[in-house]
Design a protein. Sequence first.
Lengths: 378, 435
Amino acid sequence: MARNTPSTTRPGPIWENEMKLKTILMTTALAGVAFGAQAQEVTVMSWGGAYTKSQVEAYQKPFTAETGIAVNSVDSDNPAIPIKAQVEAGNVTVDVAVVELADAIRLCDEGLLVEIDATTLPDAPDGTPATEDFLPGTLTDCMVGTDVFSTVFVYDNSKLTGDAAPKTIADFFDPEGFPGKRGMRKTAKANLEMALMADGVAPADVYDMLETEEGVDRAFAMFDKIKADIIWWEAGAQPPQLLGDGEVQMTTAYNGRIFDATVSEGQPFQIVWDGQVYEFEGMVIPRGAPNMDNALEFIKFATSTGPQAAASEWISYGPPRQSSSAIVGVYQGDGTTEMAPNLPTSEVNLKLALSSSFEFWADREAELNERLNAWLAQ
Amino acid sequence: MADLTTSIDVGTAARLTTADGKPLKAALASAESHARRRAFLLVAPLLAFVLFTFVMPIGQMLHQSVYNPGFTIHEDVISKQQTPIMVNLRDWFGANPAGTEPDEAAFAALAADFLVLDDLRAAGSAGTRVNYDLSGARSLFTKTVRNADDLEPPYRQAILDVDDDWADPELWAAMRGASTAYTVNFYLAAIDLTRDVNGEIASVPENRSLYVKLFVRTLILSLLITFLTFLLAFPVAHLLATLPLRYSNLLMIFVLLPFWTSLLVRTTSWIVMLQSQGMVNDVLVAGGVLDDGNRIQMMYNQTGTIIAMTHILLPFMILPLYSVMRTIRPVYVRAARSLGATSWTAFRRIYFPQTVPGIGAGALLVFILAVGYYITPALVGGADGQLISNLIAFHMTKSLNWSLAAALASILLGGILLLYWLYDRLIGIDNLKLG
């Protein structure tokens, strides 16, 4: 966000004065503490469970080993909520938080986050600058992307084999060639994009086209083709269930859920990555973080090529760095499953893929959902 | 008590005193007000509870449905300080009637307001308010405000250079609509109406009109479910009320057990039963009734919603009916029969009228629960089985357009109150009997 210095006598942003005061106070306080011991630390807030575990193993342990800076790992149901509360209360205890893109943009717009200059992030091993190595959209003013999850479509490969098995997103919207029920999430998001890609629109043109009435009509015309066959789901746990019960022949789903169902439960599900729509999460620094320098250092380390690849060996979320995708190994949970085919960001899975546009959906989600619901009620 | 005091002749009352010499009337009044105070203290906790958890939230919701200050006041997230925004533009709107072509003065006002939005970092929230009426406005605001410092006169050209969507008359109409915090526009949106560029009320395009259809569907499905629960519950309640105690207790367990089971468990159980690869279809196919290719679709549509909701709401009909039927003495029906009535006449003219208070209570309970039902239609409703509550939830949790959600909810509340009033007029609320 390039902001020129105000030319008029408008007051500067509120936080500037506060920051100065806080810096003075902080330095004074730190001087007192530092007298005792030079305790270097950084506090990282994440989402808990397998997700936090992947970050502890891939980012935090190696970071401490390399720098000697201790990492405190804390969890929250959604870190965006506590860090907002902390910044507003002026009592920030978290240095780095992992949040969803939409929250990162919203908090950044509200002035609650520190802006991070993407050009200072480490280059890929082959010298590619970070700004080119990261997938488009995964770097924003205040957030550095850490993982990519995706809406894909999936079928049961014990039932659909050979020519009967769908291979492209166009097959999902082809009821003659691939008969049977299809599961779709009851929302406009991701479905409209998939419909247009199935109709042959290049990913780069999808959102431009959806901004026009004709583009939306074109996507709904694709829905019309399979309207009678669609079973609508609402919760992320439903699609593996629908597919496992044989209720649908194929369904859209979140890739992490499908990975769990195949690896942990041994379900014969096959993901079709063609036409996937991916979204991401990333790290942010709240304003007034107590260990600002360590926070920045931690983010630079965690989002470098090696740790990014390591994290994807613990959970089926892809690294946003292209240089990381190339070197991901096997799933650390069982030691045998190759992770690369299971990640949204692997080169082979990105052939026809689209980065979900936050801006587009912030503008149009309500309108397009009304349209979808009106279409359903017809 | 009032009768007692007035019936005492005034002249006599003045002379009557208590043992310690106080006039009787004053002593009585003080004793009464003491009792009233004690009674009030006893109900005060409940009153406070109801005020805080019921009356206030509903009042707040009603207020929110006509009040949205997103385009008029910005509240700082840290200091909670409120700053008026879009002041210049609102002045311009005040000076010029709806439908006026925005001139250079209008764009200059806009540019001045953008500087304030930039300082306050309020472009996102102000744009979001306009976005409720015109999709795309949010990003238009954030994008333009980001360049607010570079805007130079002539402002019209400068702003159109950033994005020529600023010339769109619909955008100006939407901004005018948002420029007053108090508005009925959310109610218009909730019944598929909108305002055109001249501020006149118009209907939304056919492919976006949705809410009236869903209100009607919610009403029809709820009435149907109420009727179905009545049909199923009446014989069961009768059986419960007339069987010997040891059998009826066992039967009662069968009614109460599902009542105590989690709603989600019951909903998912119905999915297992009714889906096309489910138990019912499997049995029909195994029995040769159905061909494997022609399984009946009973789940993820209106049928699924009706079946699951009827079952889930059944106890709310059985229990009031049962408690009323228990009190009906069998001698009346026997007397009718002995006077020559057929069993049908005795049922129709003697037994049934006595159950009406129970039917009324059960029907009202089931209907009111059904119109607000959310999770069951969300899980089993599919394309044509969802209700207005699903859209209210969408606007509460996803689009964050709380004003529209509040308007939809208020209409639902108003509709229920209207039906309640009708019920009172037709049957009489005094006839309601829960036990």
